[in-house]
Each structure stands twice: as C-alpha cells, then as structure tokens.
Design a protein around this ligand. Structure first.
Ligand SMILES: Nc1ncnc2c1ncn2[C@@H]1O[C@H](COP(=O)(O)OP(=O)(O)O)[C@@H](O)[C@H]1O
Ligand SMILES: O=C(CO)[C@@H](O)[C@H](O)COP(=O)(O)O
Length: 504
C-alpha cells in the first residue's frame, strides 16, 4: 500500500491527512493547534517555526509502518502570509498573516504609486487589499528595518513549509496571486506593481521562481530521516488553502461552487479563464491546478462564532445545542461581525456591531445565532456580486470547521437558497493537498494524468450531511438579510469617514 499525505497549515491548526488512494481510504488524520499573536493595531502574526513544530507533531502521530508507506506529500497553507527569509534560509521576523489589518496605510501608498485602484486591477487583476502580502513589505521596511535589510526571499506560509521539506525555494501561481504582485492573466510578476511596492530594491530578486502546478520535488534526505519517511518521497507544488480546498471539494472543473467555513469564510469556483472584475468585487486568483479561482473571502467567519462562544464559556462544538431553541433572524438581533476589520466588504478599520437589542432577546443562543447569521450574510453579500455578474450556481460544496455544524449547513442552504453538499473528507484543504500530491506523483510515473479524473474518482459526497433549502426559512432569512444590508450600508458610511485611523 502507498500513502499520499496532505498537510494544511491553517490559521488555528496544522492538519495532516494520510490517504490510501488504491483503497479510497483516509488511514489517519491528525491535528496540532497553533497560537496567534494579536495586537491592538490589528496585527496578526505567527512564528514560522510553530508551523514546522506542529508538522513534526503530526508526523510523529503516524505509526512507523504508515510513515514507511508514504510516497508523496502536498502542502496547503493559509494564504497571503509574509515570511521574510535571509540568504541562509533563516526566518527574519514573525510572519504577518492574511488576517492582519495593520497595513492599510501601506496598501494605500502602493495603490497611489501604481496609479490607483483601477490601475492595479488592470496590471494584476486585483487591487492591493489589506491582508494581501504586498503591503506587508513596506510595513516591514518601516517597522522592522533589520529584517528588511537582510531580506533575500519572500515566501508564503506553504512555500516556507515546502522550503523546509525540500531545501528548495519556489512559488506556484495559486497562492502567488494572493500577493497582489502577480498578473493573474499572464501568471507573471507585474514589474509595475513590484516597483510601486518598493522603489529601493528589485523585489523580483526576492521572489522564488514560479513553477507549474504539476511540478514536484525531492524531500531533503535529512528531513526524510528526521520524520521517519522514505528518502524517495516527492513533494508537490502545493498551494493556498482555498486552492487546495477547491481540489478537495472536487472544484477542478467549471460550474462547482465551494464554501469554506474556517477562521475566514470563503467562496470559490474553478474557471478555465481569468475572471477579473473591473470593480474588484472579488479576488481574481489563479487555481493551483493550472486554471483560475475567483474567490470571495471574509476575514470574520468562525472568528465571530468563536468570539461569542468564548464570551459565554462554551465550545463551538456545542453551539448547535445552544442555539437549538432560536429561530432564523435571532429574534431581531443583527451582528455585523467585523471584529478585526474586514476585506469583503472592504472595511479594514471596522469593528463588530450588534443591532436590534431589546429587553428580551439578549440570550446566548440568540447571540450565537446572530454571529453565525452575520458570518453567513457577509458571504452572501459577496455572492450577490457574482449573481449580478451572471455567475450563477446550483449547489454549494461545504468544507472547513464550521461545516461540522448541522445548524450551519442548514443555514447556508436557506440563506443562499441552494442545496448544500458535503464531501466525505471534511478537511477539504488537507485532502486536496493529498490529491495534488497524488496527481504530481502519478504524473511523474505515467503520462496523461487527468486531474478532473482524479477528483471524480476520489472526492465523494456524504449524502447524510446534505441540506436542502427550507422555503419558510428562506423567506425569513431574506428579510433579515435585507436588514443586515441596511446596517452594512450605514457602517460603510461611518467607516468611510474614519478611513485614516481606527474608529473607537
Ligand atoms: N461543530 C462545530 N460547530 C461550529 N463551528 C465549528 C464546529 N467544529 C469546528 N468549528 C469551528 O471551526 C473552526 C476551525 O475551522 P478550520 O477550517 O480548521 O480553520 P482554519 O483552517 O482557519 O484553521 C474553529 O474556529 C471552530 O470554531
Ligand atoms: O485570506 C484568505 C483567502 O484569500 C483566507 O482564506 C486565508 O487563506 C486563511 O484561511 P483559513 O485559515 O481560514 O482556512
């Protein structure tokens, strides 16, 4: 038996999935939680070595016999993180993450230097939004001058893990498109965007070479020995966690819509051509399978449910029971869940706000429901832009931690008025990474390996977890969603007048 392994370096944990493709069986899943360094300025950082330590722990939980059967590894990672590395391969500072909102000033500076937001979209397909990698570079120049001076390579989280595994530096287009520097139409760096980010040095020299999606590399012998793996293990190109979750949910052909309910909330759909919006209402990313992956990302998804659960001292795993007696609309409560600013809608300086409190509705069940509804409405708000642009879908494939909740699965079906399907492998990003590893491994051993065929064969749905829209809930949510939209419009006006400093 041969095993392929998918690793997902998420925001809250590292997950490992060991998959036996011949028998269509996941033989092991292990996880190790991660800490977060959070600052009042909106900064969100992690130490890169925490990811490596967590990966070591995950491999150690596999039996020696399982480790001996591994033939390929694929790495998925939270997107956009900035890992500054020196010429010797040493990490120079904590990684600023996708959810770090402390760099809006630097986003504005880059866009001004490039000729404005519209010009950025023309050059690269995307504006420079807070959270994307680009603004973290000038922030580092200002706030961590020593790290900036010694900087030799810019890596994304999954690139750094690949570098540790193989000793080689590379990037692939899926995650690279989340830097803000890649022209997603041509899959080449935009020299204008790079120059607008830094006039003092040639950033292109700091970016590892771009490789094709089916590239694969040898594991470094000392790392294979340390982890107890065969020295012939191959490491695939890897990708951003949403790109990998696209694979893990079978989203490798046009027409499928996936949603991930993790720390972030995301919606994405494979396309065989670049899907750029002139008004930048969505992220125009590449996929990690050679195509494109238009994506909507909210920064506050399980951030919202976690925050409320923590305040009331329960676990989100018990959330369904706690909200069991509540109704769609949370008895009039509406939560705008922008706890640390937001990217979609673009409100980097926002904070969360609660509306509609009366003398009776302020219960933990209603508040938890309002958090889940607010997180879901924020995604629906992004989805509406796709519908306006004529990109309709007829089902949603759900993944990420929130998909464990039956209440949330039903809420998604009702708020979007679409059937919800859940893949049997709920760790969509880690499983997708394992399938990419399988693809790369098979490509190296036989010709004409068809990725769509791999997804068709290995991505199975768990019918027991499906949810169908319920007509009366759909109507109730529609009215409440319109209420959410009105509060959102007011928040947009409010934060537009507080655009240069954090509103309190
Ligand atoms: N049964 C559940 N109900 C609601 N939320 C859940 C449940 N199980 C897990 N979660 C949420 O899933 C989140 C983790 O999701 P995950 O996709 O692993 O995140 P990330 O990839 O961002 O680290 C946690 O915030 C947790 O609250
Ligand atoms: O910024 C984005 C996508 O553009 C996020 O989706 C990150 O990729 C983090 O993902 P999770 O840790 O929530 O899975």
């Amino acid at each position: 038996m041969s095993l392929v392994v998918g690793l997902d370096v998420g925001t809250q944990s590292v997950k490992l999935v060991a998959y036996d493709p011949a028998n269509h069986q996941v033989v092991a899943t292990h996880g190790q939680s991660l800490q977060l360094i959070a600052g009042n300025d909106g900064s969100r950082e992690q130490e890169a070595h925490w990811w490596i330590d967590a990966i070591r722990h995950c491999f150690a939980k596999l039996s020696p016999a399982q480790r001996a059967q591994i033939v390929a590894i694929g790495v998925s990672g939270q997107q956009h993180g900035f890992v500054p590395v020196d010429a010797a391969g040493t990490v120079l500072a904590p990684a600023k993450l996708w959810c770090d909102t402390s760099t809006q000033r630097e986003c504005d500076e880059i866009m001004t230097a490039a000729g404005g937001e519209q010009r950025c979209v023309e050059l690269a397909g995307n504006p420079i939004l807070v959270g994307y990698t680009a603004s973290k570079l000038p922030w580092t120049r200002k706030h961590r001058p020593d790290a900036y001076r010694q900087l030799a390579s810019i890596m994304l989280p999954h690139d750094y893990v690949n570098f540790w595994l193989t000793g080689e530096r590379w990037m692939e287009s899926g995650d690279a498109s989340g830097t803000g520097w890649l022209d997603v139409r041509t899959r080449q760096w935009s020299s204008t965007m790079l120059a607008a980010t830094d006039t003092q040095r040639d950033l292109a020299a700091c970016l590892p070479p771009l490789v094709a999606a089916d590239a694969n590399f040898s594991i470094a012998p000392p790392i294979a020995d340390e982890l107890g793996l065969p020295r012939h293990v191959r490491v695939s190109a890897g990708g951003g966690d949403n790109m990998m979750a696209a694979i893990g949910t079978g989203n490798v052909v046009p027409g499928v819509l996936s949603m991930s309910l993790g720390t972030s909330g995301t919606l994405f759909a494979y396309a065989d051509h670049p899907v750029v919006d002139a008004d930048a209402r969505w992220a125009a990313f590449c996929s990690s399978t050679g195509g494109w992956l238009p994506l909507i990302c909210t920064m506050n998804c399980t951030v919202a449910t976690e925050n409320v659960a923590r305040a009331f001292g329960f676990s989100t795993r018990d959330g369904d029971a706690i909200m069991a007696d509540t109704q769609p609309g949370a008895d009039g409560l509406t939560l705008l869940p922008f706890f640390n600013g937001e990217r979609t809608p673009n409100l980097p300086y926002a904070r969360a706000s609660l509306h509609g409190v009366d003398l009776n509705n302020l219960t933990r069940g209603n508040l938890y429901r309002a958090a889940m509804e607010g997180a879901t409405y924020a995604l629906r708000n992004g989805y509406d832009a796709w519908c306006d642009a004529g990109l309709p879908f007829n089902a949603i494939r759900l993944t990420g931690g929130g998909s464990h909740s039956q209440a949330w699965r039903q809420m998604v079906a009702d708020v979007f008025n679409l059937p919800v399907e859940v893949p049997a492998q709920v760790e969509g990003a880690a499983f997708g990474a394992a399938l990419q590893a399988l693809w790369a491994y098979e490509s190296a051993h036989q010709s004409n390996t068809d990725f769509a065929a791999i997804a068709r064969e290995h991505v199975l749905l768990d019918e027991r977890l499906s949810a169908q829209p319920n007509a009366s809930n759909v109507a109730a949510y529609e009215g409440h969603y319109q209420q959410f939209q009105r509060h959102l419009q007011n928040a947009t006006v409010f934060y537009a007048s507080h655009s240069t400093e954090r509103a309190v």
